[in-house]
Each structure stands twice: as C-alpha cells, then as structure tokens.
Design a protein around this ligand. Structure first.
Ligand code: UDX
Length: 441
C-alpha cells in the first residue's frame, strides 16, 4: 500500500520506518526542511535503538522517502497517518492541538476521494469527532477519518510498533477498518489482538492506559514514602505485592518518579478534559503531586548528606535522560533535581551516556563531565537518577578513591546497596532503609 506519515518526530519517524518494514511504500512528511534533509541523509535526530538502521535500509531501497510537500503527500497516499505532537499548552494543563488541527487544515483540501486520514496522536476525548467534521468540510464526504492510538515506549519504539500488545482501531465504517487491517496485516497475522472501537473509546484507551501506568508508579512511590517513615523496604514490598498476578510486577519500580514527553503531560490533559466533561479525576492530580514530591525528596536527601545545606557542595548527577536508552530530557527528574540543587548554590556536574547534548542546550548553567568517573571526581554527594545499565556496572571501590566524600543517593533503586556500603559509601535509597541497620534512619 502507499502510506504517508505526517510529522517525522519521535512517533512519526518510527511509524514511517516500521510501515516500510511491513512492506508498504511510505512517504514521510514534515514542514521542517531541516528534519527532512536529515532523514533523507539517514540521520535520526534522536536516540532510538534500531531506528537509524531501519531508516537507512528502507531509504536505500526507495521504499521510504521524505518530503515537505503536502501536495505530494495528498497525491501519493491511500492512507495518511497523522503523527504530530500534542504538547502541554503554555498557559494551562490542556493539550495544545495546534499541530493536530494543522494536519487536517493543510491536507484536507488536497485529498482525493476515498482517502483515509488516521490520527495516532494522544488527544483529549472528543477531538476525533471534531476533526472528522472539519475534514468533511474541507475534503468532502469522500475522505474519511479513523483513530488508531499508539502505545510505543521510547527505547523500544521499533519493537512496540512491529509487535504491539494490541491494535486499537477507532473507525466509523467497515471500509476504514478494512484499510487499517490491510495496513497492519502482517502484525495482525502474527497474533496481535485487535480492538475495534468508536472514536471516543479509541481516544480514551490511550489516555486511560497512560493514566493507569502513571498511577501505578505513583502508588509505589507513595508506598516508598510510607516505607521511609516506617523504616520498611519498598523494593521488597513491590516484589511481594507484584507476585499477585492481579497486581503484576511491572511499573512498580519506586524511585525519583516518571518524566518524559508523555506521562506527565498526558495525565494533566486528561484531568483537565475530564473536568470539562463534568467528571472529577482529582486522583490524577494527586498522582502528579506524589510524582513531584519524589524529586523534592532527592533534593532533601542531598541536603541532609551535605549536613543541611548544599551551598558550595560538589554534587555529581548520574543521568540526564528521563529514562535509560533515550536521549530525551523532556520533564526529566534527573535534570530537574540537578537544576534545583544548582539554584541552591551547589556545584553540579552531570553525566549521561546519550543525553549530554540535549542537556547542555537546555541547562547551560550545569557542569558536564565526559564520564561517570569524571563526574564523581571530588564530589561531596553522588545522585544516581537515571538507571543506565553502565551505572550498575560502576565499581564502588574505585569510585570511593575518586569521590571527595563517599555518599550516594540511589534515586532509581537498582544499585546494590550492600556492595556500595561495603566499599565505604554512605548509601541512601528512596523508600529503603540505609544498609547496615535502622540506626541511620
Ligand atoms: C510511556 C508509555 O509507557 C507508553 O505506552 C506511551 O505510549 C508513552 O508514555 P515512555 O514515556 O517512553 O512511554 O516511557 P516509560 O518506559 O513508560 O517510562 C515512563 C517513566 O516512568 C520514566 O520516567 C520511567 O523512569 C518511569 N518509571 C517506569 C518508573 O519510575 N517506575 C517504573 O516502574 C516504570
């Protein structure tokens, strides 16, 4: 089939490459000529394992091409995927739908009869219905809208697109469903469950899924707060409750909380939209507050370890990306904590295996090191805030010889507390007692 993918950011670039991998002819469309030039040259402007290889492979065969022209896109595609962003509005919790609207405004008037436009972005419930009305005005009754939310995780975007947990097809006609089933035929043949739904349900599946995941993380982080107060260990608690299959073990890792370009803004937009509908999702605001409190707690622990104030203290921050296997620093807990400590007068040095360029641009006042060891050299406190596998491999014995004072906060709960303590480190973790006994609490 001939598909276009409009918006070549994180979601769009991945979707375009994966659709080519499924065997389709794909045209990626973006209004940003620099992005298009980079992609044509096989450069992916963000870190995503496996994606550069896939894009190079399919641009080489010509199955995947890129353009800035909506005219070319409208003439080329049978199905047009809209993959543009829905950031948080500047002045409220609501989602900013400017880009989603612009796709319909730009593409709509150019579409031939029979075209299918498929929204993939995360939008407030009711958006698809409104966009369908606008598309009918612009393109006439021959063009149709469908809603097909994506659930991909950064770091696993290619696998999540080619082998998703489920496909959600928000459709209003049998023809739209047939076209979408044809697009995803190899994915469906591999056994992926398909859920057909009306527009509002399809939109809500995405927002509800993200709200549930965020709630699960904040639940365990609230338990971490209780564990801290009671001297209990949240990692043992999480393991034990996770053995109950109704609860499950995933997304129960306590730590400095969730960040990134999706969960924080999506729960805010969802609570805001629910208010508009006259339904209270106040608990999501508490989920957000619990999440932000974890960042406060790391700042507080750093302060405690420095004897009450961080003014003039040297602090090493390991991690800048909002999670490992990503160079995305949007709403990153690690950088938020680093920036706050800097504001309090600490001398902060950050190291991250992938996100240094992005971090430097966004936080020019922080110091940056070229390795974890360099960051730790002379530090009064080390904060481990993004759980890159290489940080787990660090040698506490060797680092102790480099640090000014051997004190570390594990903000992700994955370091081996006993090993660090045995190497002479004062070790603190969120939701867990300090190794070596309760007297430290
Ligand atoms: C998320 C959803 O998982 C995905 O389905 C949706 O399409 C977009 O939002 P992503 O933002 O890429 O994906 O990251 P994810 O792996 O879900 O992690 C989100 C945040 O939660 C990260 O900051 C991560 O560190 C944190 N997290 C995750 C925890 O703090 N504890 C956990 O147990 C799991």
């Amino acid at each position: 089939m001939r598909l276009t993918v409009i918006g070549t950011g994180y979601l769009g670039a991945t979707h375009a490459a994966c659709m080519a991998e499924l065997g389709h002819e794909v045209l990626g469309v973006d209004v940003d000529p620099d992005k298009i030039a980079a992609l044509r040259a096989g450069r992916v402007p963000f870190h995503e394992p496996g994606l550069p290889e896939l894009i190079a492979q399919h641009t080489a065969t010509g199955r995947l091409r890129f353009t800035t022209s909506y005219e070319e896109a409208a003439a080329f595609g049978q199905v047009h995927f809209s993959c543009v962003g829905t950031p948080q509005s500047k002045d409220s919790e609501a989602a900013d739908l400017t880009y989603v609207d612009a796709v319909i405004e730009n593409l709509g008037p150019l579409l031939p009869e029979g075209a299918l436009v498929v929204g993939k972005s995360t939008v407030p419930v009711g958006t698809a219905d409104r966009l369908a009305g606008r598309l009918a005005e612009l393109a006439g009754p021959g063009a149709e809208l469908a809603w097909n939310p994506e659930f991909l995780r950064e770091g696993f975007a290619v696998a999540d697109t080619l082998r998703p947990d489920r496909l959600v097809l928000g459709v209003r006609s049998a023809r739209a469903e047939e076209l979408l089933r044809a697009v995803y035929a190899p994915v469906i043949a591999a056994g992926t469950p398909v859920v057909s739904a009306d527009f509002p349900t399809a939109e809500l599946v995405k927002t509800a899924a993200n709200a549930f995941l965020a709630t699960k993380i904040s639940f365990i982080n609230a338990m971490a707060e209780v564990c801290e107060a009671a001297g209990a260990d949240v990692s043992v608690l999480a393991e034990a409750i996770g053995h109950d299959e109704r609860i499950g073990r995933k997304f129960l890792r306590a730590g400095v909380g969730f960040g990134g370009g999706c969960l924080p803004k999506d729960i805010r937009a969802f609570a805001h939209r629910a208010d508009e509908l006259g339904v209270s999702l106040a608990f999501l605001r508490e989920v957000d507050r619990i999440n932000m409190r974890r960042r406060d707690r790391v700042v507080e622990l750093a302060r405690d370890l420095c004897g009450g104030a961080v003014l003039g203290a040297r602090i090493a921050v390991l991690g800048a990306a909002f999670k490992p296997d990503s160079d995305d620093i949007r709403d990153s807990p690690a950088l938020n904590v680093a920036a706050r400590l800097r504001l309090d007068g600490a001398d902060v040095t950050v190291y991250d295996p992938q996100a240094m360029d992005n971090a430097r641009k966004a936080f020019p006042l922080l110091g940056y090191a070229l390795s974890a060891e360099e960051a730790v050299r002379g530090a009064d406190v080390v904060l481990h805030l993004t759980e890159w596998p290489e940080f787990r491999e660090l040698d506490p014995e060797r680092l102790r010889t480099l640090a000014g004072r051997p004190r570390i906060v594990d903000g992700r709960g994955v370091l081996d507390a006993g090993r660090w303590a045995a190497a002479g480190w004062e070790f603190r973790a969120l939701g867990r007692p300090a190794p070596g006994g309760e007297e430290r609490q």
